[in-house]
Design a protein around this ligand. Structure first.
Ligand SMILES: Nc1ncnc2c1ncn2[C@@H]1O[C@H](COP(=O)(O)OP(=O)(O)OP(=O)(O)O)[C@@H](O)[C@H]1O
Ligand SMILES: [Mg+2]
Length: 491
């Protein structure tokens, strides 16, 4: 199917596909195989990836791709980005450049006028693509599409509309289809769906051969795996690794054959769910290693060992833990070759490790992570997340407001509204002015989303909180006036 799509792309057709299925069913593997095939064709592959931690950071998914396209390194200075963009497009990025350089605009820059600025960022980025990426057909891969921020989704739409054929290929977990922002609808409702399901027994056999790197696998062993894991590929892998961890399946290096300890295998209690089996593998690690893995789970799908060491409850180097957990397939080297980052081998391992934390541990680690990451450029969304999960409304409130303002600047109005709404639940006691400021911002976000009644409600509440007399009474405060107030940067 993908080969056909690739041929169509080279012929000049525009198409969109969405690979859909449950966690661990093989969506990422499908995307990897697709981009490997495209590498042999005269197609330019652009990959963007969503992230649950960064879901509120506008254009987060695009950042690395954009910097690559611009020929800039990972952490360029704001000036370098602005100069390069201006050289290519003849347009100035202004404070909105922050959206791609990973640096936060200052509060005064944000105060200028978010809604005026956001259109501009988008326009400039569209021009960047028009100039740099229309010489060849584009394969646009959307990894973890269920976690893309709304600004990144709208840029997907922009790229799809370029003067060059584009093939969009996204991967999304089935339940996430119902949670995407409006900007995702062009892809989510129009793309052709590729549904992935459990593997056939022959494919499972081949998987097990690959995992152990052997030519033959006893049919009884395959039956045992199939009876418990069915054809779910990640379940099969975790089960095979669990059997290897416990010595029930070993590879004889002399003749590359698989030796099964049937007695041990029969005695092994294999949890009935994928979460269960991952949990049991983690449970067999040493106590400090387990803690390292849980700390990593707080930091996200991929993390820097230095950050994990810094927030670990017992100060220690985590290098040995990481080496061991990598050797048994819980962790893997990060995809960014330029840094020492480490990643969970699969997102579900991170989810399970995180779920094993007690409430108290979780709150402490999130607070420690927030303290540790404070001051990092572009960390607004992450800080808001950590302080919220730390259940520290005093710290979460300002972090959420900052993240919301940052999202407004990046035209991620959907995320901005989310941040402001959460912040409203944490307004410091008796602070009418702070509540008014948040409602006003929420009104701006709703204006960008085209929600006129919502905008009016928020701006009216804000006006009341600020103690303003309302112009001409409540009824006269129509959409027009609301808009004007938004545009005037009504302080
Ligand atoms: N057809 C297959 N043959 C062999 N291995 C497979 C196959 N499909 C998936 N796998 C393996 O199963 C594991 C899970 O697959 P993958 O990471 O692609 O899942 P996913 O659908 O992207 O999950 P998530 O929604 O959590 O991102 C991977 O290690 C992958 O290599
Ligand atoms: Mg995946």
């Amino acid at each position: 199917l993908f080969d056909d799509a690739l041929v169509a792309l080279e012929r000049g057709e525009r198409r969109r596909y969405l690979v859909v299925g449950e966690a661990g069913i093989g969506k990422s593997r499908f995307l990897r195989a697709a981009s490997e095939r495209a590498a042999a064709s005269p197609v330019r592959t652009l990959t963007v990836s969503g992230s649950s931690l960064e879901r509120g950071t506008p254009f987060y998914a695009w950042r690395r791709t954009l910097l690559g396209l611009l020929g800039l390194g990972d952490r360029p200075s704001p000036d370098a980005v602005a100069r390069r963009v201006e050289a290519i497009t003849g347009m100035r990025m202004g404070p909105g450049a922050a959206a791609i350089e990973g640096l936060a605009p200052s509060a005064t820059e944000v105060a200028v006028e978010p809604s005026a600025m956001t259109g501009a960022v988008h326009e400039v980025l569209a021009r960047v693509f028009q100039r740099l990426a229309t010489d060849a057909p584009i394969l646009l891969i959307l990894e973890v599409a269920g976690q893309l921020d709304s600004a990144s989704w709208s840029l997907v739409d922009t790229v799809y509309g370029l003067d060059t054929p584009v093939l969009v290929l996204g991967a999304i977990r089935t339940p996430e289809l119902d949670e995407v922002p409006a900007e995702a609808m062009p892809v989510v409702s129009d793309a052709e769906r590729i549904r992935l399901d459990a593997l056939a027994p022959d494919d499972v056999t081949e998987m097990i051969r690959d995992i152990f790197d052997v030519d033959d696998v006893p049919p009884r062993f395959i039956d045992t795996v199939l009876s418990r894991a069915g054809g779910h590929p990640l379940f099969v892998e975790e089960m095979a690794m669990s059997m290897r961890d416990q010595g029930a399946a070993t590879v004889d290096q002399r003749d590359h054959s698989l030796r099964i300890d049937w007695e041990l295998l029969e005695r092994m209690a294999v949890p009935a769910s994928l979460h269960g089996i991952i949990g049991s593998r983690i449970g067999r690690l040493g106590a400090t290693e387990q803690m390292t893995l849980k700390v990593a789970g707080v930091l996200g799908l991929s993390f820097e060992p230095g950050d994990a060491a810094a927030i670990h409850p017992s100060p220690r180097s985590v290098d040995d833990d990481i080496r061991h957990m990598t050797s048994i397939g819980l962790l893997t080297a990060g995809s960014d070759a330029r840094s020492a980052s480490v990643a969970f081998r699969h997102g579900l391992v991170a989810e399970v490790a995180y779920s094993l934390l007690t409430g108290d541990q979780r709150r402490r680690l999130h607070a420690a992570a927030a303290e540790h990451l404070t001051g990092r450029p572009g960390a607004e969304a992450v800080l808001a997340h950590h302080w919220t999960e730390a259940e520290r409304p005093d710290r979460a409130f300002p972090a959420l407001v900052t993240a919301g303002e940052r999202a407004l600047v990046g035209s991620a109005a959907h995320e901005a509204a989310g941040y402001f709404r959460t912040a409203l639940g944490m307004v410091p006691a008796a602070s009418r002015l702070q509540e008014g400021a948040v409602r006003r911002r929420l009104g701006q976000a709703l204006d960008m989303l085209g929600d006129d009644p919502g905008m009016r409600t928020e701006l009216l509440s804000a006006a009341k909180l600020f103690g303003y007399p309302l112009p001409g009474g409540r009824l006269a405060f129509g959409v027009g006036i609301g808009r004007q107030l938004v545009r005037l940067g009504w302080e």
